[in-house]
Design a protein around this ligand. Structure first.
Ligand SMILES: [Ca+2]
Length: 248
């Protein structure tokens, strides 16, 4: 069972664009003897992007969108889910607008907490039917080192993995590779989107609300959509044959 510890997050205005580097490059995971596929490769490092400003910049790019279930604005309180233990997966599923398909997964963003605590998450991407507790086919999985921060999101770059979603939903999971800390925060806006947030407590998937969580995971997905090619003047087409020079 997860216990909730209130965490004051973003108590100062997030306006500096300073990027924090992740410490511990090249550290080996502490657990030995595992046969996980993820451990055979190098541990990847999540970068830390500044909340708010960084997301605003990202969403301004043509064809790039942020999918999220949480309502965290970058200011105020969140809840750090401190009861999570090794092997549990904190997960969320996302759907895009019809016009956004097919989309490519660019980044997974997550509010890792508490600040200053480093650890390892196995980041997984599954197909998802948008309804079931069980995810669909596993599309990607690898291990990343993360560091908690209360003014920024960890950013996991999957843009080179060529993960394309042609329809339906996608599920993102962050599996703890050690007991808390660190963990992932949920929002504190008093709402939880039903049947969208998950906790996998081996061997069972749960909807978060059925384990008495009351906030959405602050896990987000940056996607590259087909978008619409725009000319510099903002028009979608360069065909001006139907135009008239006559003043109406
Ligand atoms: Ca919420």
């Amino acid at each position: 069972m997860l216990e909730e510890i209130p965490l004051v997050c973003g108590s100062r205005q997030i306006s500096d664009l300073e990027t924090q580097s992740v410490e511990g490059c090249g550290l080996e995971p502490r657990r030995v003897g595992t046969t996980r596929r993820a451990l055979r490769g190098a541990v990847r490092l999540a970068t830390i992007a500044v909340t708010g400003m960084a997301l605003a910049v990202a969403s301004a790019h043509a064809g790039t969108k942020i999918l999220q279930n949480d309502g965290f604005t970058g200011f105020g309180s969140v809840t750090c889910q401190a009861g999570a233990v090794e092997g549990e997966i904190l997960a969320a599923r996302f759907s895009a607008d019809p016009g956004d398909y097919p989309f490519t997964i660019e980044k997974v963003l997550a509010l890792v907490c508490p600040a200053g605590f480093s650890g390892f998450f196995v980041v997984s991407v599954w197909e998802d039917d948008g309804v079931s507790l069980q995810p669909g086919a596993l599309l990607y999985s690898d291990i990343y080192q993360v560091t908690g921060a209360d003014t920024s999101l960890n950013s996991i770059d999957l843009s080179l993995q060529n993960i394309v979603i042609t329809s339906g939903s996608v599920r993102i999971g962050l599996e703890l590779f050690q007991n808390y800390p660190p963990s992932v925060a949920t929002d504190f806006d008093g709402t939880i989107t039903p049947s969208t947030n998950f906790i996998y407590v081996p061997p069972v998937w749960w909807f978060s609300e059925n384990l008495f969580l009351t906030g959405d995971w602050i896990i987000r997905l940056e996607i590259q959509t087909p978008g619409v090619a725009l000319f510099a003047d903002g028009f979608e087409s360069g065909d001006t044959t139907a135009w008239s020079s006559a003043v109406p």
